[in-house]
Ligand binder design. Structure first.
Ligand code: KG4
Ligand code: ZN
Length: 349
């Protein structure tokens, strides 16, 4: 079975070709960061227009690199949500139309299920059931993954996501968009403990997160440091970045460790853009090792948005009969992960 995957939910246009015997044959990605940097964040209309221009050439490029003709494809998987609806529509319309023209099934994929299943692209594959920490720009969740489409939410963020906390703090420090990776780079030069930021909800029972207070704390720290009328110096900025990263990492690791202890699960998946953060990876690896828990990350390039994860999730669903039953072009801005079911299982059954 050979699947074409298409991702266009936000500011990355991406296309991949995945074969169930030969593995990942191609993955192409065009990032729009340069387009949006001027505005300090993603401009939805610009994102949609750019996807329209990029996707088709990326499909041609991916097929050529994979040495595949369209007639060898068994299905087309596209991100159907959640995300920016205009951006989603571009990939969904392309994916659905290609599948129709080729007479093969189209598989609408949930973006977060793509992130969750990204470790399936690696040689070491996590078995079910496992615990997953999903940390992206829009979501922070601890989930028990029992099987494909069988998810139990242990807790999620009440307000900002972990990636958002990185991005907003980075903005307050004057770092360019996208701020998460920039802040993490700056934190490497920072000293631990110079700036202590709150670890919200860490001392409370349960698995909920709250990161919105962090940006206020960072703003106050920046203001206080600048109160004397001086600009922050390079070391102070790095120390603040370090303080932010340590607060986010401690909170995520503390809750994840508690979830491992309470569920007794022996396998942990960490996925989503923030799972590319090296400090988080190291701290989670240590927590897992202490508990003799096996830990799985996607490779760095598949932590952030990509089409290989959409292809792998689409293939998993297609194999279990998860093709779209009609010709609808599916695009949903909002789509709760917990509303998903295993392929072939309908809501309420
Ligand atoms: O999964 P993703 O690519 O897109 C969403 O589905 O949201 O995640 C993007 C988020 C952004 O907030 C970005 O700043 C963050 O992941 N991110 C990082 C790092 N790389 C990406 N945050 C901290 N450290 C990183 N190295
Ligand atoms: Zn994502």
């Amino acid at each position: 079975m050979r699947i074409l995957g298409i991702e266009s939910s936000c500011d990355e246009s991406a296309v991949a070709v995945l074969d169930d015997e030969r593995g990942l044959l191609a993955h192409e990605l065009f990032s729009q960061v340069d387009l949006h940097r001027l505005y300090g964040g993603v401009v939805p209309e610009l994102a949609s227009r750019d996807h329209v221009q990029r996707l088709l050439p990326l499909v041609r490029q991916a097929l050529a690199r994979a040495g595949t003709t369209p007639s060898e494809l068994s299905g087309v998987a596209y991100t159907a949500g959640p995300g920016l609806v205009g951006a989603l529509l571009t990939g969904a319309a392309l994916g659905r139309s290609m599948a129709y023209a080729l007479g093969i099934p189209a598989v609408p994929v949930h973006h977060l299920e793509g992130h969750l299943l990204a470790p399936l692209l690696e040689d070491r594959v996590p078995p079910f059931p496992h615990l997953a920490l999903l940390v992206s720009g829009g979501h922070t969740m601890l989930i028990v993954v029992k099987a494909l489409g069988d998810y139990e939410m242990l807790g999620e963020t009440r307000d900002d996501a972990a990636g958002e906390a990185f991005d907003k703090s980075a903005k307050l420090l004057g770092l360019p968009y996208p701020g998460g990776p920039e802040l993490s780079r700056l934190a490497e030069q920072g000293r631990a403990g110079v700036f202590e930021f709150p670890r919200p909800m860490l001392d409370r029972a349960g698995f909920e997160f709250s990161f919105s207070g962090l940006k206020t704390a960072v703003m106050l720290a920046v203001r206080a440091a600048e109160a004397a009328g001086k600009l922050l110096d390079a070391q102070q900025r790095a120390d603040i970045a370090r303080g932010v990263q340590d607060a986010i990492v401690d909170t995520l690791v503390g809750k994840t460790a508690r979830a491992l202890d309470e569920t007794g699960l022996g396998h942990l998946v960490v996925a989503g853009g923030v799972s590319a953060n090296r400090a988080l990876r190291a701290a989670l690896e240590q927590a897992a090792r202490r508990r003799k828990v096996e830990i799985y990350f996607p490779r760095f390039e598949f932590c952030t948005d990509n089409a290989a994860m959409i292809a792998v999730a689409g293939m998993a669903r297609l194999k279990q009969g998860g093709a779209s039953p009609n010709l609808a072009i599916e695009a949903r801005a909002q789509w709760p992960l917990m509303s998903l079911r295993a392929p072939g299982v309908h809501r309420g059954t």
